[in-house]
Design a protein around this ligand. Structure first.
Ligand SMILES: [Zn+2]
Length: 113
């Protein structure tokens, strides 16, 4: 039976439990860990450069990472997964206000023959 605890004139309350009676923490299954990792990957991966960071990104307000916003290469200790760093120029020109559907098509090289 937990003991009640209150402070601030009863406006704040909590229950005190005995540690020796507590059950051990449940261990998640591999499937549960995979689901949690997928959810975190969605919050930590930039939609522009596809880098995965250790921290969650401001995707609702900014939509991409600070490196894409500022046009710089992020510090390696902040990036968990860098897909192709040599092929991604960290320039602000990569962030285009024009939707992908309205952008001009890339030039197609005709095969000479
Ligand atoms: Zn980015």
């Amino acid at each position: 039976m937990p003991a009640p605890l209150s402070w601030r004139g009863g406006r704040r309350t909590a229950w005190l439990y005995r540690i020796e009676l507590a059950l051990p923490k449940r261990t998640p299954t591999l499937a549960q860990e995979a689901v949690l990792d997928a959810a975190m990957a969605k919050r930590q991966t930039c939609q522009v450069c596809r880098r995965r960071y250790f921290a969650c990104l401001p995707l609702r307000t900014l939509g991409h990472c600070d490196a894409c916003e500022g046009g710089y290469i992020p510090s390696p200790d902040t990036v968990m997964h860098d897909p192709t760093p040599s092929r991604i120029p960290p320039t602000p020109s990569r962030i285009s206000p024009v939707p992908a559907a309205n952008r001009p098509a890339p030039a197609v090289l005709a095969a000479a023959g």
